[in-house]
Design a binder for this molecule. Structure first.
Ligand code: SF4
Ligand code: SF4
Length: 355
């Protein structure tokens, strides 16, 4: 067979970077358990043991913090680390005697050890203004403010089941499904800077982007531009990334919404999509107290009311949406919990450009 050169894209092979005991026992584990919150313990059929110590990080780290984590890894874990999808760092050690000194070193440097099992894991943190061109808020600040308040739930495993939180600093892109999600919500259509559209935007691409076909080409002051049918616009912000002159971020009208009940896992039930349960919450930096208050109310109501091993979506499924709104002291309006089952009819579901 002809030799194929590797394609320079996609994930690199992780095997050369694994802890030697993980590489040796790949797919050969007898069991695993958690001796304490923040520590995973794997035992192989050959008798090898590996302890994984998980600590929370702020995800967007300066070079000194990264060096500090690397020094801890070199001193206590022979340099073996990996990051989880929720921005936790995990240190792997093959010797039980190294676990306690590693936990002490992390705690003394300000990295909380936890995030395993039935804890509130680190919030899946969208990139925000540091890496992305369209955020309507500061995702890092929101994550920091909320995790300061949920710190004890990260280092303990006291929840009915694991709780995954996420942020999304725009309405349309990263963030993903979570038990509780905090999502930017635009409430006014974009404002168009007609002087720039012809120079900056590919107009057919912008027109095709709109899910409700609200954008049309237009001639404004003799220049090619675009116009928005504001009665159709659902304020999603999808036109703003390909066309920055269609500014939708607004200090007053860009708000927050809270969604609940999403999960990716197949455990005990199928994966679920989250649904919106609160909206119009002020985008109020630097601590976003209104957002924290609602998230904590939902979280602690779930903690108190759910049965063991119920994920948030299972709990809502059991008690029903009306009881969820009552118990969490949230007002219910007809705009909430829509799951878009009718979206084939209401959204632009074909690839054709319509004018
Ligand atoms: S959620 Fe949106 S704005 Fe935030 S980082 Fe992702 S794409 Fe960018
Ligand atoms: S893409 Fe979204 S924000 Fe832009 S015009 Fe269409 S519905 Fe409105």
């Amino acid at each position: 067979m002809a030799h194929r050169t590797p394609i320079e894209s996609g994930c690199p092979d992780n095997k050369p970077f694994l802890h030697p005991k993980l590489a040796k026992n790949y797919g050969n584990w007898k069991y695993h358990d958690r001796p304490r919150p923040g520590v995973l313990h794997h035992v192989s059929w050959d008798g090898d043991e590996v302890w994984t110590v998980r600590a929370g990080t702020q995800r967007q780290m300066d070079v000194w913090t990264v060096r500090k984590l690397c020094d801890i890894a070199d001193t206590y874990a022979d340099g073996h680390v990996r990051f989880t999808i929720r921005s936790n760092i995990e240190f792997m050690v093959g010797d039980f005697n190294k676990v306690a000194p590693l936990i002490n070193a992390l705690s003394e440097s300000g990295f909380p050890v936890g995030g395993t099992g039935n804890s509130v894991s680190m919030i899946a943190h969208t990139q925000g203004w540091l890496h992305c061109d369209i955020p309507g808020t500061d995702a890092s600040g929101g994550v920091k403010a909320l995790m300061d308040e949920l710190y004890t739930e990260f280092i303990r495993e006291d929840m009915p089941n694991r709780v995954h939180l996420s942020t999304s600093c725009c309405e349309i892109n990263c963030g993903g499904q979570a038990d509780i999600a905090i999502i930017m919500q635009h409430t006014k259509p974009p404002k168009i800077n007609h002087d720039l559209v012809a120079n900056v935007c590919e107009r057919p691409a912008v027109v095709a982007r709109c899910p409700v076909a609200a954008i049309r080409p237009a001639l404004v002051n003799g220049k090619p531009s675009l116009e928005v049918d504001e009665k159709k616009c659902i304020c999603c912000g999808a036109c703003y990334p390909p066309c920055p002159p269609m500014q939708i971020n607004d200090p007053e009208h860009s708000k927050f919404a809270i969604w609940v009940g999403g999960k990716n896992s197949n455990a005990r039930g199928k994966p679920t999509f989250m649904k919106m349960v609160a909206s119009g919450i002020p985008n109020n930096p630097p601590r976003w107290p209104e957002v924290s208050e609602i998230v904590k109310k939902i979280l602690y109501t779930y903690k108190e009311d759910a049965r063991s091993w119920e994920r948030l979506s299972d709990w809502v499924e059991r008690i029903g949406w009306p009881r969820f709104f009552e118990k969490c002291d949230l007002p219910f309006t007809k705009y909430l919990i829509d799951d878009w089952r009718g979206s084939r009819a209401s959204l632009n579901a074909s690839a054709h450009i319509r004018f």
